[in-house]
Each structure stands twice: as structure tokens, then as C-alpha cells.
Design a binder for this molecule. Sequence first.
Ligand SMILES: [Zn+2]
Length: 283
Amino acid sequence: MRRRLWIVLLILMFWVQAVRASETQVAFLDVGQGDAIAIVTAHGGSMLIDAGTRKAGEEVVVPFFMNAGIDAIDVVVITHPHADHIGGLIPVLEQIPVDRIYANYDIHPTETYKELLLHIENLDIPFIRAEPGTGIDIEGIDRIEILHPGYPLSDDINNNSIVLRIEIEGISFLFTGDIESQVEEHLIQQQANLKARFIKAPHHGSKTSSHLGFLMAVQPSKAVISCGKANPYGHPDFEVLLRYAALGADIYRTDIHGTITVLIEDGSVDITTYKRRAALLAD
Ligand SMILES: [Zn+2]
């Protein structure tokens, strides 16, 4: 009798495992003013694109991976070294093993960046320069394409942001860091593969980005804006919102909707949102 109970329990555990492993989630985490996108695939692959501020890393990014049952992150991409994108990676590295990190090697002499680089060095994590053509393989992601930056870098940190396009089961995502219109224009001229169903709006929906020509090239049906509630920069810009709306793209905002999760299963898509009770205020 006891043996039968064990068998039933084991079957149940496998079933739970199978259900859990059947969908991929792309989560635009509610990190206040900043960016952090976490991807956990149906095949157990994992990726983090930026990590918000240090506080957001501790309160949002680390708990996300813990809750998802991820004990090691395959790939981290640092789009550019501003504190609202990299600060949260420090607590992540302190608590979760990371297999490799891609960055653009830009120089930014802040304490936060210095501390992060020391962590990466001490933990002996491969720190790889991402450039167009760099191949990144993650179990469960069909394609990861680096579109920007080229080298040598410019002297504008935002415009050196890594831009990447990802495809999972035919669903495409464009992650744009904090690029501005000049780079958007440059990518159009380069005939980069920009078309994507989902776009992470560049630079938190700033008026210096998301120009109409760029949005027409991307043709997104969903736009996600990652920004803090009542942030001092006025992100997102009202005209930018109008531009996305004019193209028929649904707009999701972390300051309004909280964490926005795209669930992909067998090529079909579902979007869920989760709002924390208290907004994460800037440090
Ligand atoms: Zn930023």
C-alpha cells in the first residue's frame, strides 16, 4: 500500500514538473526606474537582460529567479553600465551563480560599476564583449541576435547600448537598452533585422527615442515601457505613447501594470501582469 502511495506521488511530481516546464516566460520586471528582463524557458534555460538598481536587484530580481526555481542563470546581458541597469546585478551575483556575462566594455567610472566588475573578476565569470554576429545559445531560445553596438564605441553611453533580438517559438522580441534616435536611424540604414512582435521601448519611453520611422521598421504589436512611478525624468513621454498607439501597438507599463510577463507555450502567447503593493522607489 505504502509503495503504491509512493508511485502515485512520483507520478504527480513528474506531472507537476512537466506542466511547469511546458511554458517559457519573458518577464519585464517591475524594478521602478530602470530595466530588468528575465527569461526562463520551457527547457530550463535562463537569461537576464539588465538588473535594475541595486535595491531592485535585492527586492525583485533575486526573488524572481528563486521563485522560478532557477539555481543558476545561463546568460546575463548588461546593455550599458548605468546604475539603473547594472546595480541589481551585484545582489544577483552574490546569491545566484551566473554562467557568463555579455557587455559592451564601455568605460563608466562609477563606484557601482567598479564594484560590479570586481565581483565578476572575483567570481571568475566569463565576461564577453557582445558584437553584431556574436552567437549566444540558450536552451529553449531559438535565436539571439546582437544588432548593436559596432566598435569602436561612441562617447555616448546610452547610444552604445546592446540591442538584441530574440525569437522563441516564432515570437520575436526587440530589446533596445537606452538607445536614442541616432542609433534607431543607424539600425534602419544598416537594414538590421528589427521587425518584432514585442519591443522593450528604448530609454524608458523617453522623447529622445522611439521615433516614428523606427517604430514603422519594428512594427510591434506590443510595446513594454519600463519606468518608475512618478519618475523625475517624465518617462514615458506623452508623444511617444501616441506614436505607439498610432501604430496600433498595445502599451504595457511597469509603472502602471507592475511586472509584465509574456507566457509562450507551443507558439501561443498570453500576457499577465502583477503589481506589487508598494511601488519600488528610486534609491
Ligand atoms: Zn536607463
